[in-house]
Design a protein around this ligand. Structure first.
Ligand code: NAP
Length: 293
């Protein structure tokens, strides 16, 4: 079993740590807001990043965004300053490919193995050890990290060298964004046309265009439940990353542009801390309908 320093005990990190502990790993945690991690059982608590990461087999983190990774990992008292050769570092955050490349270079210069390994799935998949992980990095590091990645996931895909996981994550999230917008528009259309939305969801669940996102989000929209599992503010961040990434490779993504506009309106309406699915409330309002039962 491995010794692990884990940083970032938000929605995703807390679930992953629970599963790492259950798999028998010895986990030391650090979170900026220490009180947020108080209920986690079976872990050691560190008072600093240095204490959490020094001498561990693995250092793993799932932080909010680029600025959090810049501070906690690349900052003056960050992970990069305190890890040594035998440690393998795994970044599970959703961040820009450029920052992921910077991390890879920084760790390589220190002789520390590094993987970018962002995750698909949300709060329930994190808590249940059922995430879908996409990884960038070299073969040997990937092989050595399998036991800790397997502990938090249902599947692990090795996408290629450094940064391939970060890029795949944005490719996948472009589909998530499009599906949420499509669900909002289709439910709004159905409601305006007088269809029973429960029957509509039954049909969406069995067709050749069915989607676990429709199955998961659809009933919560009808129940008017926007409790955050994946905060709308984080989706705004992700859609911005997708647009920036697309422009660096010369691709136009019109659909993502539409989602970006809807999300901006949702943030302006004060839905940023609600679940990302709250963007559907904006679409429904524009359509002049209320989707809740
Ligand atoms: P979250 O609940 O908001 O947690 C964010 C974590 O980042 C917290 O531990 C937070 O610490 C930390 N953090 C933020 N800014 C920081 C800073 N400047 N310095 C130090 N720590 C900082 O977010 P989450 O939902 O777990 O998401 C984490 C990552 O996974 C994000 O990149 C997200 O896009 C990605 N992701 C999320 C989901 C999902 O469904 N939620 C799914 C796939 C991927 P504090 O507790 O102190 O604020």
């Amino acid at each position: 079993m491995a010794t692990i320093g884990y940083l970032g005990l938000g929605t995703m990190g807390a679930g992953m740590v629970k599963n790492l502990v259950e798999a028998g790993h010895e986990v030391t945690i650090w979170n900026r807001t220490a009180s947020r991690a108080e209920s986690l059982a079976g872990v050691q608590r560190a008072d600093s990043v240095e204490e959490a990461v020094s001498g561990r087999d693995f250092v793993m983190y799932c932080l909010a965004d680029d600025s959090a990774v810049r501070e906690v990992v690349l900052g003056p008292d960050g992970v990069l300053q305190h890890v040594q050769g035998p440690t393998t570092v795994i970044d599970l955050s959703t961040i820009s490919p450029e920052l992921s490349d910077e991390e890879a270079q920084g760790f390589a210069e220190r002789g520390v193995a590094f993987l970018d390994a962002p995750v698909f799935g949300s709060r329930d998949e994190a808590a249940g050890g059922g995430l879908w992980v996409v990884v960038g990095g070299d073969d040997a590091t990937f092989a050595a990290a399998r036991p800790v990645l397997d502990a938090v996931s249902e599947t692990v895909h090795h996408m290629g060298g450094h940064g391939a996981g970060a890029r795949m994550k944005l490719v996948g999230n472009s589909v998530v964004a499009a599906q949420l917008q499509a669900l909002g528009e289709s439910l709004t259309l159905a409601k305006a046309a007088g269809l029973d939305l429960h029957r509509v969801l039954e049909v969406l669940a069995v067709t050749d265009f069915k989607s676990p996102i429709f199955d998961g989000v659809g009933p919560t929209v009808l129940a008017d439940d926007y409790t955050p599992a994946f905060a709308l503010d984080l989706m705004v961040k992700d859609v911005g990353l997708i647009q920036q990434f697309a422009s660096t490779v010369g691709v136009t993504m019109r659909g993502t542009g539409e989602v970006s506009s809807t999300l901006a309106e949702a943030q302006a309406a004060g839905y940023g801390k609600e679940n990302a699915s709250a963007l559907i409330k904006v679409i429904a309002k524009q359509g002049g309908v209320d989707l809740a039962d």
